[in-house]
Design a protein around this ligand. Structure first.
Ligand code: ZN
Length: 273
């Protein structure tokens, strides 16, 4: 059994501010270590439950957050950017299941630490076909394209609830209770790491028992619609061929999810200009 652990940083233990997840700020060094520890807890849980291989994708910012010298040596790390599949780098047909560690809610969510969708300065909303979603939905759909279900999410209670609402009854590891965008009641790392380890273990056991939600597979063709914050952003996003525009919403229809994911990334990259 081969597991991909797709990571982000906003949903890591103790994180409540942008400074903690932004390279160059004094606080960042502490939280990349905590990120590495949350990931290690998931790796331990996966191996404890009988996984044969674990691959990790460092999905936050420029993909260089996890401290490889402190990573569980049984795992391999996809790091750096830009990479072909970004937050899902490492996914392919050989992956049996995906775990989301350190995930956050979609932009506009109440009670959600650092809620945003891909780019906090550019993207207001994203729909996949008609489903309003966040990064978790885009990444789950890429996993689904390769036949892999998402079996675990860690983050605040709102991130875990949104992923469960979209995907079904997967394992969740709530590491903090958010009361606002920048405020939460956080559990200590000793506690959250044990929660994550046990949830990862249960997730792999349930997967082997056939007791996990199915992979998230969208009807094709897939329309990805992005609502940008301002019209100049939408102006730039429409430079991607075959886009359609309504106000600040730009949509693109493509035959399968990897193209839709890359089309989405291209629109946001141009819009962020
Ligand atoms: Zn992030």
């Amino acid at each position: 059994m081969k597991i991909l652990i797709a990571t982000d940083m906003e949903g890591i233990t103790g994180v409540t501010t942008w400074e903690q997840v932004t390279p160059g700020h004094a606080e960042y060094a502490r939280f990349r270590r905590l990120m590495t520890q949350d990931v290690n807890a998931a790796i331990r849980g996966a191996f404890d439950a009988g996984a044969d291989e674990v691959v990790v994708a460092d999905g936050h910012w420029n993909g260089s957050n996890i401290l490889i010298e402190e990573l569980d040596a049984r795992a391999r790390l996809n790091t750096g950017s830009p990479s072909p599949l970004s937050m899902m780098e490492g996914i392919d047909q050989s992956i049996d299941a995906v775990m989301f560690i350190g995930y956050h809610a979609r932009n506009g969510s109440p009670g959600a630490i650092l809620d945003h969708t891909w780019s906090s300065k550019t993207v207001a909303n994203v729909w996949l076909n008609d489903i309003l979603t966040g990064e978790y939905g885009l990444n789950a759909a890429v996993a689904g394209h390769f036949g892999a279900p998402v079996i675990l999410v860690s983050g605040d209670q709102t991130a875990c609830a949104q992923v469960t609402e979209l995907l079904g009854d997967l394992e969740t590891a709530v590491v903090k209770q958010a009361s606002g965008r920048f405020a939460a009641e956080c559990q200590a790392p000793q506690v959250t790491q044990e929660t994550i380890r046990l949830s990862a273990e249960r997730a792999v056991v349930r997967l082997s028992e056939g007791n996990m939600p199915a992979p998230f597979v969208l009807d094709t063709p897939i329309t990805v619609t992005v609502e940008f914050f301002t019209s100049d952003m939408a102006d730039r996003a429409t430079r991607v061929p075959f886009t359609k525009r309504e106000g600040t919403r730009v949509s693109l229809t493509l035959p399968e999810m990897v193209s839709a994911y890359n089309g989405f990334r291209a629109m946001v990259m141009l819009a962020s200009g």
